[in-house]
Design a protein around this ligand. Structure first.
Ligand SMILES: Cc1cc2nc3c(=O)[nH]c(=O)nc-3n(C[C@H](O)[C@H](O)[C@H](O)COP(=O)(O)OP(=O)(O)OC[C@H]3O[C@@H](n4cnc5c(N)ncnc54)[C@H](O)[C@@H]3O)c2cc1C
Length: 374
């Protein structure tokens, strides 16, 4: 009988396992792949994500590797004209800076995993079925192994088996596709430490320097039926991306042109309808879900990973308190209460993030005359 089983060794799963460890609770992390899944190249982490990384004691390791960006520069895809430049300031902390850095996904996952005791992550352990027997939960793996646990936390991403078990529906297709890429310039990229964002003509793309050499980029668009066929072939995807850039500077164009095909990932965007956050079972008995398993959102406000980190810290604090009560008889009740409290705390936050992200993407990626003018 394990105390805590976490399904998925992504950002949410590893942060949760590490957070619990910091509070003296050990856990097992089941990962279907045979190693850490590092596709997706990089992601932007905002202040809320950094606060969570600080809480679990790894913020300083990552800060030392990635440049803090000073602001965002917005350019119209139609005209090539810069339309706005905004510093990263936090309106809630009276002029304090917002912290935004772009972190390599592999480095983030490895940093979290390296802090865990050897054996915590069990690779090639795909969860296929969950069974509820009284207070314990049985977790069935594809190789026939069965584990029992007092607490089950689903961190298994957008196709989560745990959220299905809790009654959530399959996330919806947002009608948009994303391509993400990563490029390393031996001689330095020469870009300022700013987030360069472009939108108009039905596309939205961004270029974000990580350090002095590495640059991450993304583009989202609504694919036509012809384009849907092209996304199967990386060479065609690159052609498609280049054709959508409009008027950009040579430095920005170089970022896309010099990206190797194997450093690009193309994926349809999916999200969960926000109202599911209000009446869905975020927790049930001693099971709960967090991260993309709970609230997959479109990437338009760069909050999927950051909010997964928030989820982890909040859940860990509640759960560790429940597990460390010296009251064996009431342990199950304390766990259930902790998970219910987590669900209450997160419901509206997740509703807000999914809705805001969807609306921002809808406006920025519109090719309608009115919305483009707006
Ligand atoms: C184009 C794009 C850009 C983005 N940009 C940003 C950004 O700038 N900032 C940001 O904060 N977020 C961003 N995100 C969102 C972010 O990538 C996700 O929200 C984040 O990765 C979610 O982490 P997770 O741990 O919940 O899920 P995942 O990263 O999906 O991890 C789930 C893990 O569970 C494993 N798993 C799945 N099923 C099983 C099973 N049955 N058994 C065992 N293991 C299983 C998987 O192999 C995987 O390792 C972006 C997303 C997209 C699509």
């Amino acid at each position: 009988m394990e105390d805590v089983v976490i399904v998925g060794a992504g950002i949410a799963g590893l942060a949760t396992s590490l957070g619990l460890l910091r509070l003296g609770v050990s856990s097992v992390v089941l990962e279907s792949a045979d190693s850490l899944r590092t596709s997706g190249s990089a992601l932007g982490i905002w202040s809320n994500g950094w606060r969570a990384l600080d809480a679990i004691g790894v913020g300083h390791i990552l800060r030392a590797k990635y440049n803090k960006l000073s602001g965002i520069v917005i350019t119209s895809v139609s005209s090539g004209v810069q339309t706005a430049e905004l510093p990263f300031r936090d309106s809630h902390t009276q002029g304090g800076d917002l912290e935004f850095r772009c972190v390599n996904r592999r480095v983030l996952l490895e940093t979290l995993a390296n802090e865990l005791p050897i054996g915590t992550i069990r690779y090639s352990s795909k969860v296929v079925h969950i069974q509820s027997e009284d207070h314990a939960k049985s977790i069935h793996l594809s190789d026939g192994t069965v584990l029992e646990t007092k607490v089950l936390i689903g961190c298994d991403g957008v196709n989560s088996v745990v959220s299905k078990f809790l009654g959530f529906s399959t996330p919806a297709y947002a009608g948009r596709t994303s391509v993400r890429g990563f490029v390393n310039f031996q001689d330095g990229h020469g870009l300022e430490a700013k987030f360069f964002q472009f939108f108009g003509k039905g596309v939205r793309f961004g270029v974000i320097p990580c350090d002095d050499y590495a640059v991450y980029w993304f583009i989202t668009f609504r694919p036509s039926s012809l384009e849907k066929e092209m996304v199967e072939d990386p060479a065609k995807v690159k052609q498609l991306v280049l054709s959508k850039l409009g008027k950009v500077s040579d430095k920005i164009m170089r970022v896309f042109e010099e990206t190797e095909l194997e450093n690009m990932v193309c994926a349809p965007l999916r999200f969960r309808y926000p109202w599911e956050m209000l009446w869905g079972n975020i927790s049930k008995d001693n099971i709960c879900v967090i991260g993309d398993a709970l609230h997959p959102l479109t990437p338009d406000i760069a909050q999927g990973g950051c909010s997964a980190l928030e989820d982890s810290v909040i859940l860990v604090r509640l759960l560790a308190r429940a597990l460390k009560r010296n009251d064996e008889g009431n342990e199950h009740h304390a766990i259930t209460e902790a998970l219910e409290k987590f669900a209450r705390e997160r419901r509206w936050r997740c509703f807000d993030l999914i809705s805001t992200s969807y609306i921002v993407g809808y406006i920025q990626q519109s090719d309608g005359v009115l919305l483009q003018f707006f």
